[in-house]
Design a protein around this ligand. Sequence first.
Ligand code: SAH
Length: 248
Amino acid sequence: MDIPRIFNITESAHRIHNPFTPEKLAALGEALRLEKGARVLDLGSGSGEMLCTWARDYGIIGTGIDMSQLFTEKAKLRAEELGVANQVQFIHGDAAGYVSEEKVDVAACVGASWIGGGVAGTIDLLARSLRAGGMILFGEPFWRQLPPTEEVARECHANSISDFLMLPELLASFGSLGYDVVEMVLADQDDWDRYEAAKWLTMRRWLEANPEDELAQEIREKLTTEPARYAAYTREYLGWGVFVLMAR
Ligand code: SAH
């Protein structure tokens, strides 16, 4: 079981697989006013940076589930590196339908809302692991500017304009699902660069090391076209943020 190999290649050097910086991740952790020993579940935990740094900085206890074997391995190494391997565990697996045995204080899905079949389904899934009064962390894109055409949405790697909402509508949609939005930390365009532009050097280095690989041509094309596509579309049109939700 694994995610498509292309992501394991282009994001192999990423610690955070989202348009978020270490500073924003720390700001989010601080905003939650976490207590030592708080339990955090993270579906689609990637390379584990959120759980590992929050274990170090705020003393949380965490479980992460991720479908990428590579990212899960990186997460375990990171936990050792930061001296928190006794506080966090990382499970390689499909998080769809995953409900923790013990209720958690914080249930997160940061940039992987397809895991529960979309925004509402993923929030429902997270809620099943959450103690009464706990917090949901939900990372999701929104439109900074509404794409003028469906073609522009596709250039942003969305299937359609209707994939995402504008920020006020996204915030209101959490209300419609029965949640208060109690905090949020948003990515800016520079944060997007840290996520997207960081892939380019990784691709360049990978191409130099793997010229005969079956994905070499695809990666070559991506490296050639991505900077201009990204600057024209994703960077201009797409926002991203992590929203903190509490049931009303
Ligand atoms: N939350 C992490 C990773 C976000 S990227 C971070 O912010 O860094 C999305 C992640 O979802 C990837 O790590 C990918 O491997 C994982 N993923 C995709 N489908 C999944 C599934 N069905 N179950 C668990 N993880 C999944």
